[in-house]
Design a protein around this ligand. Structure first.
Ligand code: IVH
Length: 693
């Protein structure tokens, strides 16, 4: 018995040893991955010199995440995985600032800075003092609080006395340390402190973001600063992470260590692990400051982020304290604001762009010029009145500047440089042979959107084939443009005759047997699309996806819709005056009626499918909002069920909402529903309503 027990114990010991070894290996691997990922973060964010691909980085990241999840005892607070909060949160907590977040008095000339220097000198009497000059980042101010070396709070400026805690969003900014390096000053470790700085976006990242939005057909963001401010207020940190925000820090406060100077603080913040501007300088007097200002006035355009001036600060903290603050600005610092950057260039031409709905916008075609970090080739001219008021002529030298909008604007003409014999700009009567007109009381010219101008035509066909309409996958923007230009498409109905042009298409570059066949199959398949999708695809102005569904439900056959009066249409719940009018007019056009007849004969669906289920219209006119996670069914599936029964999912809660379905961890929609007194259903009640249990 003794020997047996002894052997059992030995076996157990070996087992424990093996598993301890395993555990140690896991721990080592986790720590290795953390170090490795941080190294690549630095290479990417600090040095802009990544040495591995995004995919390789993601692999390291997901391995670390998986190991931490199965071995939570090794989860480190400063692990890169802890930066992103997995779940969207409901809102932000408003917290009082420990010290007010002041603003700076603005100056616009060296004369005003001399005045500031005089005030400083008289305030400091016999003290010696120096200055620092720093870039004034054009971003969003942030105050970070660290406790025991770890980030515990991140407040926006708010009204200067209290701000919102946006810590989860700040954690997504990879250059901000979640845990700082150990730094000692005068025998004390700096671990409980506050830093302040600016969150901003690089021009490149901003342009990239807008490029993606353009591809997705989303509205473009106006400028990096507003986008940064908006990003910090997003509730979904995963989304914030995609914005690639940057941060640079310029103030340090530590209650238990005496800090000496602003310039030293820069060094300390850097040692702690913060990003600080490499362009801060220390100066002895006004002349040196003046030199810095002139230098940066020129150099600012080389930066890949926006600055709107220079901040001049008294360097010694003790001197700052002597000077104190007045109202909401410190007496020890001042901002020198740059003029809005303007440059001169030649206006080569004025082109006229045709927008989706036929709007015509004049655009300045410029000799390329560098402005605030980007090369500008085009600028806004807005409309005819804008051009006339400034008498802007082709061939003129013009001044351009960046305002709040995406593309710069032409502000004025350099009249002294006007060439002799130039003529005032006049809108043409026709563009590419199509009449254009200016509506009364409107600033814009339009091209008739029922016209067959190639641009309008392309847009119409593209819309018809799009995913939420006929869903002809192969017929995207590029292909439509190619087909229209090459003459195989000159209207919507031609899509269904592409099968007769297979041989021609196959002879074009980039088209093979397979891709053509795929296209033809997709076209044929689209004939099965539901009536409401066909209606939406017709591109009737103001008739969106949702209203097309409502119309299809209420006019179950296109013939009923064709004869409907404006009153009939307006009588439908959810169909407003504008849509009713637009639908009515659309069916009064002979060409449109012909198109319907042709599409009908080609076999497209112009009738609502008959339903045999007595329940099928049970939820007609009812709207549902979903919030939180449902256990037994996905959100998409739930929305489909609602639709099948005649109801509709909407994204936000209003008094008109019929039901709000609340799952686990609901968002603010739940609270809104309670406030507005909308009927709330839990998962079980919802399933009962749709007849599942
Ligand atoms: S010092 C009281 N330094 O400008 C001094 N501010 O109008 C507080 N800013 O709210 C700030 N770059 O958002 C300082 N190098 C810099 C700055 C800077 C940008 C912003 C900051 C502040 C505003 C002051």
């Amino acid at each position: 018995v003794f020997i047996y027990e002894f052997l059992k114990l030995e076996k157990l010991k070996i087992k424990i040893k093996i598993s301890m070894n395993e555990k140690n290996n896991i721990k080592d691997r986790i720590y290795f991955l953390i170090k490795e990922i941080k190294k690549h973060d630095d290479l990417y964010y600090q040095e802009a010199n990544p040495i591995i691909s995004d995919k390789e980085y993601d692999l390291l990241f997901s391995e670390l995440k998986a190991l931490e999840e199965s071995n939570p005892e090794f989860l480190k607070i400063d692990s890169p995985t802890q930066r992103v909060s997995g779940k969207p949160i409901n809102g932000f907590e408003t917290i009082a600032h420990k010290r007010q977040m002041l603003s700076l008095a603005n100056t616009y000339s060296i004369g005003e800075i001399s005045d500031f220097d005089r005030r400083v000198r008289s305030g400091l009497e016999n003290e010696d003092y120096t200055y620092t000059t720093e870039l004034k980042f054009d971003g969003v101010a942030i105050s970070l609080h660290y406790k025991d070396g770890e980030l515990e709070m991140a407040l926006t400026r708010g009204d200067g006395t209290k701000g919102d805690n946006v810590i989860n969003n700040i954690r997504t900014i990879k250059s901000i340390p979640i845990k700082v390096n150990e730094v000692s000053l005068k025998g004390e470790v700096i671990k409980d402190f506050e830093v302040r700085g600016e969150v901003f976006m690089r021009f490149d990242d901003f342009d990239e973001l807008n490029k993606k939005r353009e591809e997705q057909g989303l509205q473009l963001y106006a400028n990096p600063r507003n986008t940064t401010a908006g990003s910090l207020k997003l509730l979904d940190s995963n989304e914030v992470e995609k914005r690639k925000l940057q941060a640079s820090f310029y103030q340090l406060f530590c209650d238990y260590v005496e800090l000496d100077s602003q310039f030293d603080n820069y060094r300390i913040m850097k040692e702690l692990g913060f990003e600080v501007s490499e362009f801060a300088e220390k100066h002895n007097g006004i002349d040196e400051i003046n030199e810095f200002l002139t230098r940066w006035e020129k150099k600012r355009s080389e930066l890949d982020f926006a600055i709107d001036g220079i901040v001049i600060k008294v360097n010694e903290i003790k001197n700052q304290e002597i000077l104190g603050t007045i109202a909401r600005s410190p007496r020890w610092a001042v901002a020198y604001k740059f003029e809005t950057e303007t440059v001169e260039t030649k206006l080569i031409d004025i082109s006229l762009q045709i927008g989706r709905q036929g709007t015509i916008t004049p655009v300045a075609e410029l000799e390329p010029v560098l402005l605030s970090g980007t090369t500008v080739k085009r600028a806004s001219l807005y409309n005819e009145d804008y051009i006339n008021e400034r008498d802007i002529r082709v061939g003129d030298y013009v001044m351009i500047e960046k305002g709040g909008e995406i593309i710069p604007k032409v502000t004025k003409v350099v009249i002294e440089k006007r060439a002799e014999g130039s003529v005032a700009f006049k809108f043409p009567e026709k563009i590419d042979g199509f009449w254009i007109f200016r509506k009364e009381g409107e600033a814009n010219y339009y091209i008739d959107d029922t016209s067959n101008h190639p641009i309008i035509l392309k847009k119409k066909i593209e819309h018809f084939a799009s995913r939420n309409a006929m869903d002809i996958d192969s017929l995207g923007e590029k292909v439509v443009a190619e087909f229209v230009d090459k003459g195989v498409l000159s209207g919507i109905k031609d899509i269904y005759f592409l099968k007769d042009k297979v041989d021609v298409i196959k002879s074009w570059e980039g088209w093979g047997e397979k891709s053509v066949q795929k296209l033809i199959e997709a076209v044929e398949k689209s004939k099965n699309q539901e009536y409401e999708k066909v209606l939406f695809g017709l591109g009737i102005r103001y008739l969106g996806e949702g209203s097309a569904k409502v119309i299809a439900k209420n006019f179950s056959d296109i013939d009923k819709l064709i004869v409907a009066s404006k009153e009939d249409l307006r009588g439908v719940y959810e169909i407003g005056e504008k849509i009713a009018e637009s639908i009515y007019n659309w069916f009064r056009d002979e060409e449109n009626l012909r198109l319907i007849e042709e599409l009908k004969s080609l076999g497209l669906n112009f009738k609502k499918a008959e339903t045999t289920d007595g329940n099928s219209e049970k939820l007609i006119g009812k709207t549902f909002v979903f919030t939180g996670e449902l256990e037994s069914i996905g959100r998409k599936e739930a929305a489909k069920l609602v639709e099948k029964l005649g109801g509709r999912e909407t994204k936000s809660v209003s008094k008109q909402t019929s039901y709000v379905v609340v799952g686990a961890n609901p968002g603010s929609k739940f609270e809104n529903a309670q406030k507005l007194g909308v009927t709330i259903l839990d998962e079980k009640e919802f399933l009962e309503l749709v007849g599942i249990c």
